[in-house]
Ligand binder design. Structure first.
Ligand code: SF4
Length: 378
């Protein structure tokens, strides 16, 4: 299932915890729209039509309608979306106006991913978000009134100086709004972020892992009780509302990524990534200077990617994805199985909720090239 990802590298404000690629200098938007169309044309030989389009960032919702329409027209010519395809747009609550929502609908947007993070105003201020809790509630209701049923809400848990009760209230607010999908992330402190600086200078507390684990475990069991499927480490939905775009990533499908910082994968072994620099992208796209790098993944690297991504899914890591290494992994992970962190089924290894919290560590131990299993030829 092939997808298209567009990275819109602009935000109105820099959230203190964010290390995605974005700029708050919106004055280069017109040139960016031109260059995105140049890149789309240059890459139109890549497979299409696409089953999914995903516009992320950054904040695609900052694009004025005329610009979004220009990009959409260019993509429709070069990478058309199949009829009934999923078109997700990431939006910030303050951008969910009637006009914007109706405009996006005319472009074919049928799914929104809304970055709410918290409904508590003082947490939003601490994160330097550009909206209030009420903006978030109002924005979601306007989106529903506009007839967009497939809405995902992003929330962040494990914030310092919070309680399980506050997290329960946040999740409760999202569920009360009637959205069918949640993406939830533990707060992490990345270098080169304002949050990292604040903690180093003693201006903010660091997040504590215990707080995050408590929020995470409560969330998974609560959602199941409410009939939801927590289908991936960070994603849960009501039946029928999984993200088709992200699910395709995790199953190793091909995708083309356009815009600064976007990654692409040919579905077999070639990974490519664009420069994460708006100025460089604007100067170099369509010239003899390259604006991307690419690499051919070795067989063991492909297996490692499958281990990392599939272990995070509700379905777990399929035995067929690791070929001859299945029995070695059985031995390697036997301790986790004995501890109840992992369940072995006839076809897969599936992490329990407690195990999921350690999924990166467990995956890395299983990596073919990282010492867990030696080399693929071993
Ligand atoms: S709006 Fe999203 S991408 Fe932009 S700074 Fe905030 S978290 Fe990062």
């Amino acid at each position: 299932m092939a997808g298209l990802y567009l990275h819109v590298p602009y935000c109105r404000k820099a959230c203190h915890y964010c290390d995605f690629h974005f700029s708050t200098q919106l004055n280069t938007l017109p040139q960016m729209v031109e260059k995105l169309q140049v890149e789309a044309k240059l890459r139109s030989e890549e497979p299409h039509p696409k089953q999914t389009w995903y516009w992320g960032g950054g904040s695609p919702s900052v694009l004025p309608f005329a610009m979004a329409q220009e990009i959409c027209d260019s993509f429709s010519n070069n990478f058309p979306l199949i009829s009934g395809g999923e078109f997700t747009l990431e939006a910030n609550p303050e951008d969910l106006s009637h006009e914007a929502l109706n405009g996006w609908k005319t472009l074919g947007v049928n799914r929104l991913s809304v970055g709410i993070q918290s409904f508590v105003d003082r947490r939003l201020q601490w994160m330097n978000r550009s909206h209030s809790g009420q903006d978030a509630r109002d924005g979601i209701r306007r989106a529903q009134d506009a007839g967009i049923a497939s809405i995902s809400v992003d929330l962040i848990y494990g914030l310092p100086d919070t309680s399980l009760g506050e997290w329960q209230d946040n999740v409760g607010e999202a569920l009360a709004l009637g959205v069918p999908h949640l993406s939830t992330y533990a707060l992490t402190v990345e270098e080169r972020t304002a949050l990292h600086q604040h903690i180093r200078r003693g201006l903010s507390q660091a997040p504590k892992e215990d707080r995050a684990i408590e929020d995470f475990l409560w969330l998974r069991s609560q959602l199941r009780e409410e009939g939801w499927e927590p289908y991936e480490l960070s994603n849960a939905s009501l039946p029928g509302y999984r993200s088709r775009h992200n699910s395709a990533y995790w199953s190793g499908a091909s995708y083309v990524g356009l815009g600064p910082g976007a990654h692409s994968f040919d579905g077999t072994s070639v990974r490519r990534w664009n420069v994460s620099n708006n100025g460089q992208y604007l100067r170099q796209v369509g010239t003899s200077q390259s604006w991307f790098e690419e690499e051919q993944l070795r067989p063991e690297e492909l297996v490692n990617e499958q281990i990392m991504t599939q272990l995070r899914r509700m379905e777990g890591l399929l035995r067929t994805s690791v070929g001859a290494y299945a029995s070695t992994l059985d031995n390697l992970w036997s301790t986790y199985i004995a501890q109840g962190l992992m369940i072995q089924t006839a076809n897969a290894w599936v992490l329990s909720d407690e195990g999921l919290f350690l999924s990166d560590r467990i995956a890395m131990e299983g990596f073919v090239a990282a010492g867990g299993l030696g080399t693929l030829e071993a």
